[in-house]
Design a protein around this ligand. Structure first.
Ligand code: ADE
Length: 231
């Protein structure tokens, strides 16, 4: 039977998963604790990657190589980029892009990884559909399937948000999704990123992030919970 890897970046995001799962054995690798167990009868490995693309990339590769996961799900919070998204709303990744990949000085477009074919990493269609179904099942969830932008920056500026929306067609911005996505792509492993908006990545982002991260993490987790039940 398959094993599903589930990643969150922060304690708030992972605590709920650990509380809901049966298990477990914990294995530590490269400073990250991997919790083995079952969740709605499925074999899962739950872990907290830590913040940022490097943490997310290393964690994802270990999930694939060492734990043999055949799918990766990411749950957490993000800053809203699409103007119709509000705090608490959900973004399901259609695809992911690294907004801080910038080789424009050599003539490459912003976000383009030089000398490789793919810079926008597509989420698995079946997992996206499952996430959409979970949002509908839960009801009263405003959700959008869209592009997740990732970079090693906490975004707190309206100018950056409008640029991300207009030039990079982002739905939301966070710090891990595209790293998970690229590693999954490199290994041929399907993934999806589920993010609940904790802020609007504007001048109020730091205050909103502090206030809404717990509630938003809970919403993202609720979607994931329903997805695992349906899998
Ligand atoms: N995660 C949650 N809010 C964020 C923001 N504004 N920028 C980057 N990552 C985030």
């Amino acid at each position: 039977p398959e094993t599903i890897g589930i990643i969150g970046a922060m304690d708030e995001e992972v605590e709920l998963l650990l509380a809901g799962m049966n298990g477990s054995e914990t294995v530590e690798k490269a400073g990250v604790r991997y919790h083995k167990g079952t969740f709605h009868g499925k074999n899962v490995i739950v872990c907290k990657s830590g913040v940022g693309k490097v943490n997310a990339a290393v964690t994802t590769q270990i999930l694939i190589d060492f734990f043999g996961v055949s799918k990766v799900l990411f749950t957490g919070v993000a800053g809203a980029v699409h103007p119709e998204l509000n705090i608490g709303d959900i973004v399901i990744s259609s695809e992911c892009l690294q907004h801080d990949m910038d080789v424009t000085a050599l003539g490459f477009e912003r976000g383009v990884i030089p000398y490789q074919e793919v810079s926008v990493f597509q989420a698995d269609k079946a997992l996206v559909a499952l996430a959409e179904k979970a949002c509908s099942t839960l009801g009263e969830v405003n959700f959008r399937v869209g592009r997740v932008l990732s970079g090693d920056q906490f975004i707190a500026s309206v100018e950056q948000v409008s640029w991300f929306y207009e030039h990079l067609q982002g739905a939301c911005v966070e710090m891990e999704g595209a790293a998970v996505a690229q590693v999954c792509y490199m290994n041929g492993v399907p993934f999806v990123v589920i993010r609940s908006m904790s802020d609007k990545a504007d001048g109020s982002a730091h205050a909103n992030f502090a206030e809404f991260t717990v509630a938003s993490s809970r919403r993202s987790h609720a979607i994931l919970d329903d997805m695992l039940r349906q899998m």
